[in-house]
Design a protein around this ligand. Structure first.
Ligand SMILES: Cc1ncc(COP(=O)(O)O)c(C=O)c1O
Length: 443
């Protein structure tokens, strides 16, 4: 078939020239020619910053310039970059057992990690299903919830989710996330969910009650990001509301899925947002900080009751889900080392960050462009006045301004937030607020 037979097919731009990779000393040119970056409009963004090493709160670019990572590189880096204790655990494990199929086989790092996680999670959760990232942790939770009912012969296939939620980029995770610019191109392939209002805007408890009255018998699960709608705008909501959602779902036997991919491991203050709110979900999703930011790993934790609906001599009741790298031993060892660091004076550091946020935000609060300043544990956020939403350009200017001054920020549209690694010092936090203040004064 010739190209002319597809008049509406893809534009036939010539392929960029191939490079003899081994001969090219400038690897950034290879990146420009051959790499496709996430959440990046290659037709409008500046070239990516080449990073050659990292330590503590800092990334170092190719010229050795330090860049303070005020967002923990998409919220994954917990204790600081290249933390020697985690680096050591990774190196040690890599030399012993780097990978093994996790169906029909097991290993000590996974078993110990599961037990160590459960020691720290709300009592009642008892089974850990490993996967690769936050989106897969959510996929597993949603699939588990749906099959839980099917395995028991009950026709419940409706999932409820919150407006302004973000649960990831795979199809199931997109389906339960808010619909918008991220999901627009895929809307035909997403399943319908019962959408409940954003708890920061409307009475979500009353809305759930209404849904239960109308379609409670169909409802398999409710998925929420406890206390913090993250990528949907860093919207902080109340523990009391979460408790009410738990009460109603429990009354009607609906499973509650807590997506703690962002909020886990101390981000909101307590080790887990659910634990702080004294809520025990039926399923809980973890990733991001799980390995301290070293390696991709996801976990979906469930109660024994959920697990029991799958355990059976009937093979059709199996949870048919798994990834090649499920429970990778190196990732599990990194996670164990990160958990140990969380026990080691980490709470005091998180409290110090929260205090520093409060004083930093207080400095900005008088500025007319700063709206809805908010703090939740190690997260601080505010909205920039003007156009709202992810496509607003307001934050992009601040992002460039900060980067020129050696600070990594990545606002979500007009929502500016800080979510630093726990090793950050008070002076460094104040330095970030100074840069923001300067931006506000100059713009
Ligand atoms: C609450 C929440 N769930 C799920 C995800 C998806 O995680 P990942 O990017 O690792 O797939 C994210 C990512 O930002 C998140 O914040």
């Amino acid at each position: 078939m010739t190209g002319s037979e597809h008049p509406k097919g893809p534009a036939s731009a010539p392929d960029p020239p191939r490079t003899r990779a081994a001969m090219d000393s400038d690897w950034t040119a290879l990146d420009e020619r051959h790499v496709w970056h996430p959440y990046t409009q290659h037709g409008a963004s500046p070239p990516p910053v080449p990073i050659v090493r990292a330590e503590g709160s800092y990334l170092f670019d190719a010229q050795g310039r330090p860049i303070l990572d005020a967002i923990s590189s998409w919220w994954v880096t917990l204790h600081g970059h290249a933390h020697p204790a985690i680096a050591e655990a990774v190196a040690q494990q890599a030399g012993v057992l780097e990978q093994v199929i996790f169906a029909g086989f097991t290993h000590e790092p996974a078993a110990r990690l599961a037990a160590e996680l459960l020691d720290r999670l709300p009592a009642g959760l008892n089974r850990v299903f490993f996967s690769d990232n936050g989106s897969t942790a959510v996929e597993v939770a949603v699939k588990t919830a749906l099959q839980y009912w099917r395995n028991q012969g009950e026709a419940r296939s409706l999932v409820a989710a919150l407006e302004n939620a973000y649960h990831g980029d795979t199809f199931g995770a997109m389906s339960v996330s808010a619909r918008g610019v991220f999901t627009e191109a895929f809307s035909d392939g997403l399943f319908e969910v019962a959408r409940l209002p954003d708890p920061t805007e409307e009475d979500v408890v009353a809305a759930l009650q209404e849904l239960l009255d109308a379609r409670g018998h169909e409802l398999a699960a409710l998925i929420v990001e406890p206390l913090l709608l993250g990528a949907g705008g860093m919207r902080v909501w109340e523990a009391g509301t979460l408790r009410e959602l738990r009460r109603l779902t429990r009354e009607r036997g609906v499973l509650l899925i807590a997506d703690e991919v962002l909020t886990g491991f101390g981000r909101t203050g307590p080790l887990f947002a659910c634990a702080g709110a004294e809520v025990v979900p039926d399923l809980l999703c973890l990733s991001k900080g799980l390995t301290g930011g070293f390696l991709p790993l996801g976990a979906t934790v469930s109660t024994e009751e959920v697990f029991r609906a799958f355990r059976s001599p009937d093979r059709r009741r199996t949870l048919f889900h798994g990834h090649s790298y499920t429970a990778n031993p190196i990732a599990c060892s990194a996670a164990r080392a990160s958990l140990a660091l969380l026990d080691d004076g980490c709470e005091a550091r998180r409290l110090a960050i929260e205090r520093d946020h409060r004083s930093g935000l207080a400095r900005l609060a008088g500025h007319s462009a700063v709206q809805r300043p908010r703090v939740l544990g190690t997260l601080a956020a505010f909205d920039l006045a003007g156009e709202e939403g992810y496509m607003s350009r307001a934050g992009t200017e601040l992002q460039r301004f900060a980067l020129d001054r050696g600070v990594l920020l990545r606002p979500l549209g007009n929502v500016v937030y800080l979510l630093p690694p726990y090793c950050i010092t008070g002076e460094e936090v104040q330095g970030v607020y100074q840069v923001i203040e300067q931006f506000l004064e100059e713009s």
